[in-house]
Design a protein around this ligand. Structure first.
Ligand code: MG
Length: 389
């Protein structure tokens, strides 16, 4: 979309706050297109294909991974951005980078690493995503990281504790951590990606939950928000041949996805018209303007609680997550005891615990398991090992 077609409150690439290290730009690409391209070419982005979203990477070829999740978030965010004349390239860049800091094994890995780092400054995955693009990617002779624009980095730093925000501000007083101390919102594009993330995961986690057999029809009949769409699709599929009846679930999910996107566009367009911010900076000083209608927000929140209780805390999921936590915490202990077991850059780092956290967080599920076996002699989650060979 050309800059002239953007809404006045959108993040115009021509008014970017720029990169930390000045670089000549690369026409005809905008600053945010170039950010997206740098992200797609990064090592961390390619690793997302072997990182768990909810189900461990090996449990089935059709389950979402962090990569396919990120692509779905980007698709949803771009649809909404185009409908609202927001910066589509910026939302794509933020969406593709939003999970780069995730550890192997999804939330189980993150919880374990948080515990390991409790005495050493903590571990937050949003902050880790920013570390990946600011420091850990090593592809440029002139600087560490990808040297992304302020707007992309602001979107990546979705949450941040005040303690970490103060640390970031000490190094970069006008950086993206500012709002966690002073208040204010991130750009409309960053707000949008946050909600596109929610739309993506509630939808695809139902799909994966059913595919895994952990969510059954009886439970889904009570699922907030989703149950209505399931009834619509079931009514249409009634009497259809079995081959077609199987399409009732994707039909219901597709309807829910479309409805959520439509609701987000409508409610946000109204909020923007009412607040009428002068430009992107003024939009940051408004309350959050990208959002769902209030009843949908409540239903979505109830659906998230439903998924938490039925799927993320399902005994079968908890069994694998317990093993995954063990892998991460034992890896952390092994590298702390013997830093030379890590690759040379990490072994030589001044802040040893942080280097171990960076190293472990960057691993794919299968590399973590391989390293765990090499260092401890034990094979956890052995079915993944079989899948690998
Ligand atoms: Mg996500």
């Amino acid at each position: 979309m050309s800059a002239s077609a953007l809404a006045r409150w959108a993040s115009h690439p021509g008014r970017s706050r720029g990169r930390r290290i000045a670089e000549p730009e690369s026409p005809p690409r905008t600053v945010h297109q170039r950010d997206r391209d740098r992200i797609v070419h990064s090592n961390a982005f390619r690793r997302l294909v072997y990182k768990t979203q909810v189900f461990l990477n090996h449990e089935g070829d059709l389950f979402r991974t962090r990569l396919t999740h990120s692509l779905e978030v980007a698709q949803i965010a771009r649809s909404v951005a185009r409908a609202l004349a927001l910066n589509e390239d910026l939302v794509e860049a933020i969406a593709l980078a939003h999970d780069l800091g995730h550890t192997p094994f999804g939330h189980a890995g993150q919880d374990a690493l948080q515990e390991c780092m409790h005495e050493h400054g903590g571990f937050e995955h949003n902050l880790q995503s920013l570390r990946v693009v600011d420091r850990l990617e090593q592809r440029y002779l002139a600087f560490d990281g990808l040297n992304l624009s302020f707007e992309t980095r602001e979107g990546i730093l979705k949450h941040c504790s005040r303690r970490h925000a103060r640390e970031l501000l000490a190094a970069e007083p006008d950086g993206p951590a500012r709002r966690f101390v002073d208040g204010g919102q991130p750009s409309l594009e960053a707000q949008l990606v946050n909600l596109a993330d929610e739309i993506a995961y509630v939808t695809h986690d139902i799909d994966d939950g059913v595919r895994s057999g952990l969510l059954g029809p009886a439970q889904l009949a009570d699922a907030p928000l989703f149950a209505g769409f399931a009834r619509e699709a079931d009514a249409l599929a009634r009497g259809a041949p079995a081959a077609l009846a199987r399409r009732a679930l994707p039909e219901a999910l597709r309807r829910m996805l479309s409805a959520l996107i439509g609701d987000l566009v409508t409610a946000t367009a109204e909020a923007l018209q009412a607040a009428a911010p002068e430009d992107a900076e003024a939009a940051r000083r408004c309350p959050p303007l990208v959002g769902f209608p209030a009843p949908v927000r409540l239903e979505l929140s109830a659906l998230k609680s439903f998924l938490f209780a039925t799927l993320y805390r399902h005994p079968q999921v908890l069994r694998t997550t317990a093993a995954a936590r063990t892998v991460v915490s034992e890896l952390f202990a092994a590298y702390r005891a013997c830093p030379d077991e890590m690759s040379a850059d990490f072994a030589a780092a001044a802040d040893a615990p942080r280097a171990v956290a960076d190293y472990v967080a960057g691993m794919t599920d299968r590399f973590a398991l391989r390293e765990h076996e090499r260092l401890t002699g034990r094979r956890l989650l052995a079915d993944l090992e079989r899948a690998r060979t």
